[in-house]
Design a protein around this ligand. Structure first.
Ligand code: MF3
Ligand code: CO
Length: 250
């Protein structure tokens, strides 16, 4: 499928969708504390999205049962919220959320500390976030898609972390997942040429140990094969002729 170029009207709708999602993330971040369950986070996020008059786009997506993906420690992404999973001091928790506003999707993820965490875990979260910013330095019209992938890879690899290869970023707009796919590891080919008006979800998933992942029997939760911690950072961005606009940040 061709990569869609959004019109000025569509870009405005994407901006609003993403602005609302940024608010959801901000409130969820403030709510996190030891003793709460991963289901508490889903309930809170789902309510916030619906109270905004929006629809949680993850709910029932290919059968995914919740509105917020909550992934703890060695869970990489797509953790299923549970009443039995209680956050403990020292955990790291990745929240992935998205919503639909007037037909336009937004998608963003952050990894947070639960109380005090180890310096090693803090570093993993910091490097994962920074790898997104390193990647999008290359995200401008005229550059190639894989300039983003290569920049993320070069930065993360310098820390010895494993870059998840089985899951990638994506275009986004009237669908949650649109072309192109956006790998977070180095590519031999250049990929498509970036054009102003493309909206992309760039989302490095980084493991403290090896890159390999596996799927749990719930068919959703992706975990690191070696049990090491994993972090995730994602924003929806707009390609322009200059600096990209990061739509899911204030
Ligand atoms: N941010 C995730 C992604 O881009 C969306 C979660 S998929 C769902 O793949 F099925 F859990 F909704
Ligand atoms: Co995504």
């Amino acid at each position: 499928m061709a990569v869609s170029i959004k019109s000025e009207r569509e870009i405005e709708l994407m901006r609003e969708s993403c602005r609302l999602l940024a608010k959801v993330h901000q409130e969820l971040e403030h709510a996190i504390r030891p003793g709460m369950t991963t289901m508490d986070i889903d309930i809170m996020g789902d309510k916030m999205i619906r109270d905004m008059g929006c629809v949680p786009n993850f709910k029932n997506y290919n059968g995914y049962p919740a509105s917020i993906c909550v992934s703890v420690n060695d869970e990489v992404v797509h953790g299923i919220p549970s009443r039995k999973r209680i956050l403990q001091e020292g955990d790291i928790v990745s929240l992935d959320a998205g919503l639909i506003y007037k037909g336009y999707h937004s998608d963003a993820a952050r990894t947070h500390a639960v109380g005090r965490i180890s310096p090693e875990a803090e570093n993993l979260i910091r490097v994962t976030k920074q790898s997104f910013f390193e990647g999008i330095k290359m995200a401008k019209a005229g550059n190639h898609l894989h300039d983003i992938s290569n920049a993320i890879d070069a930065y993360v690899t310098s820390f010895g972390y494993g870059i998840v290869r089985d899951l990638v970023g994506h275009g986004i707009g009237t669908h949650l997942h649109e072309d192109p796919q956006i790998p977070n590891f180095a590519q031999r080919r250049k990929g498509i040429r970036l054009e102003a008006g493309m909206t992309l979800a760039v989302e490095p998933m980084i493991n403290m140990g090896r890159a390999d992942v596996e799927w749990l029997d719930d068919d959703w939760t992706v975990v690191t094969e070696d049990g090491s911690l994993s972090a995730h950072y994602e924003n929806t961005i707009l390609i322009t002729d200059g600096e990209p606009e990061i739509l899911t940040l204030y």
